[in-house]
Design a protein around this ligand. Sequence first.
Ligand code: CMC
Length: 436
Amino acid sequence: MSPKKKVPESVRFTYGRQSWSYPVLTGTEGEKAVDITELRRDTGLVTLDPGFVNSGACLSDITFIDGEKGVLRHRGYAIEDLAEHCVFLEVAYLLIMGKLPDRKEWQSFSDLMNRHSMIHEDMRDFFLNYPEQAHPMAVLSAMVVSLSSFYPEIEQEDLKEPIDITVTRLLSKLRTIAAFSYKKSIGEPFVYPSRRLTYCENFLNMMFSSPVNDYWPDPVVVRALNLFLILHADHEQNCSTSVVRFVGSAGSSLYASIAAGICALWGPLHGGANQAVTEMLERILREDGGKVDRVIDRAKKKDPRARLMGFGHRIYKTYDPRARIAKETCMKLLARLGMQNDPVLQLAVELEEKALAEPYFQERALYPNVDFYTGIAYRAMGIPANMFTVLFALGRLPGWIAHWLENRRDPVQKIGRPRQVYNGPALRPFVPMDQR
Ligand code: CMC
């Protein structure tokens, strides 16, 4: 008997008296999608999917998530392995270049990172004109888009430069810009990056050393920071990454696209949640006397303002694997810093336990996400709350770059342009102003 030929799967779509067949694609890990590229041409219909809950926007080689099983992999490597064995920049290299660097590649990547770590001296003056209370995310986004006026952009053919320079420049400078925006907000002089320090050591040094305060980064803090940045490095088509791809799809520059991504990340439902979590915990201690039951009851009433920040995720319907590592690292870090009795940490642990025992959270599969414990750890490192989302942005940058490049190089990618269903007034006669 000859072997059975595998028939490609398809979905049959019937509308009125006609029907059409659309192919089902299967990803590397077996996830399936119906390809509706021809749907509108065939049927005249568009799909309606607010929040893109059911829609895939692209094929991607970068990150795989199984939200039901709590699996996260970058370029095939498990997040647990990357977190245990790598420093952040190795993961950045992996995401952007598609492979882990060998020694030679690592050396030249590190050299490039060092060479491009300073920002143009004229850009220093920009910082001086922001008000002191300016949120560092606003400064970060504005400074990144300003980079495009100082440096040639890769998509301008006449100014073409090797992609690794554009990419490393951005990776290296974002860290410097982030630290400068903090120094500006506290009125201290800027500290320049140093060749002798690693990526994370440099960031901590630029944040915390001053002419009157020598600073030696604690290796435990450096390791924890590396780990948190790795946990944030990419998360496939999340809101900010989709924004970066979308802006890039119009042909906009890498810098402009990343600046838009930073603005998307700032929102409290996305990266801004890490700041919102610690603010929520501090508020519970201050205003609710640390009584978590009240807070859980309010969250169950579904008032969007009373949501438990740092809980829930669009994709994960089990414990977020990043949250598991973040919690463990946070506990170890605070113990090492002698802060194991920190009331904010204790409250977070109690809130997590009680929320997970509640049917409301169980039925909706609401677990702590990556933002629940990271802010507590940053706070223990001495980083102020308004810088937490900046750290998320530093971590997410390699993912944004990898997706921007993938999108730019994809021969079938089109400009992002969703459809809508118009629901406003039908055609009506124009009324001159004096008759309205
Ligand atoms: N507290 C209380 N109820 C919640 C929460 C929460 N944090 N999150 C979701 N729900 C409820 C929601 O009311 C809804 O209930 P029902 O089915 O009865 O209407 C159900 O759970 C599903 O929620 P959803 O809003 O439809 O879910 P979503 O996938 O659109 O939103 C989310 C995901 C992350 C925006 C949301 O869970 C949330 O607002 N969480 C708090 C903010 C947060 O921690 N954000 C960080 C996300 S992880 C890092 C990142 O990607 O940036």
